[in-house]
Design a protein around this ligand. Sequence first.
Ligand code: F6R
Ligand code: MG
Ligand code: MG
Length: 365
Amino acid sequence: MKLTLSVIKADIGGYVGHSASHPDILAKAGESLTKAKKTGLLIDYHVTQCGDDLQLIMTHQQGEENERIHKLAWDTFVEGTKLAKALKLYGAGQDLLSDAFSGNVKGMGPGVAEMEIEERPSEPVIVFMADKTSAGAWNMPLYKMFADPFNTIGLIIAPNMHTGFAFEVHDVKEHTKITLNTPEEIYDLLIFIGAPSRYAVKAVYSRETKEIAAVSSTQRLSLIAGRYVGKDDPVCIVRAQSQFPAVGEVLEPFSLPHLVEGWMRGSHHGPLMPVAIDDATPTRFDGPPRVTAAGFQLADGKLIGPRDMFADKSFDRTRQWANEVAEYMRRHGPFEPHRLPLEEMEYTTMPQVAKKLAKRFTKAD
Ligand code: F6R
Ligand code: MG
Ligand code: MG
């Protein structure tokens, strides 16, 4: 059975500040998707949040980039924004960068990750959601899952994974893409994806079966808006088990709270802390950045779950480590590398300050 799993998300208002979503907003989104399920447009859905981002996880048979599905998500965000405004939530409608829907939410602010699949006899999928970070934050975890045998032993000992995976990489500034094969091209791949502010892994495919294994949202809000409007807070869908990495191999990369951009005003690097869904409430210095993992078994398109994968005690040490790294990074205050490099500050007040002081810069030897 051909099935599409769509995850479409947006920050339509924060409670309190940018730290979380209000339960009424989730309930309102649930009502909208219930209607769509009744009409048969959706097979199933799950509404959740990660920090101040509302997450719509939907299954259907309309394919990727379908206008009806995207309109459903857009209308849900627009309705949610009305409620967010009534509750005076912070930054109501923040991610809706356009006034009118024009067929596809891509480029309009919301983040989108979608994959059309042939549902396997048993189909475990993990939906990763992040807050206070940007597209590209999945580069290191996806590399580890699908190309690093120190993370995924299946690459060596599982015959159906031994041929490796192909990585579709997007240059988010030039809007170009390239597909690189692992393991042969890992050095070429790493040159690009090691620079996650510009190159983001959009999708991963099995080289043996050509099936899609993972897909992520790669939109860069600041590039769409031309200014800082909040962080991308990306999502990523990963299929697990059998010809794909085991669930444990999919989660293992997050045992390192790797440094990502997006903390406080989208302008700082900080550790990505894996947390239970209820703990995705970035509060200290609006952070540190969070990642959650909702696990589902698909059953003819029904979303059986979620299981809150990072609620597991085995991630406690990572969280402690993340808090130590957070403390270390914070001590740098306004200095790089806690603060993002100059190029990224282009989307903040930096250009205004530079313009104001331009005349006071005189020639130095
Ligand atoms: C980071 C984030 C927050 C805000 C900060 C200022 O991605 O969302 O750190 O940037 O709270 O928010 P404004 O400018 O909306 O008052
Ligand atoms: Mg916000
Ligand atoms: Mg957010």
